[in-house]
Design a protein. Structure first.
Length: 60
């Protein structure tokens, strides 16, 4: 269901889930944890790519 919300620092993308929390502090902690998880996931993907390139280089 479409809604209009004011007062947010950034807007979610269409289709994103939105949750209500008790405080801005808790929201910030949750957001920080999600960002850390995204960074860890990207590092994992990057490590696989680096390993693949390294193996290709060693085969030459």
């Amino acid at each position: 269901m479409p809604v209009q919300v004011s007062g947010w620092k950034t807007l979610p993308a269409a289709g994103d889930e939105v949750f209500e929390v008790e405080s801005e502090n808790l929201a910030n902690r949750i957001a920080a944890q999600r960002r850390a998880e995204e960074v860890a996931q990207k590092m994992e993907v990057d490590a696989v790519a680096v390993t693949k390139k390294h193996e290709e280089h060693l085969q030459k």
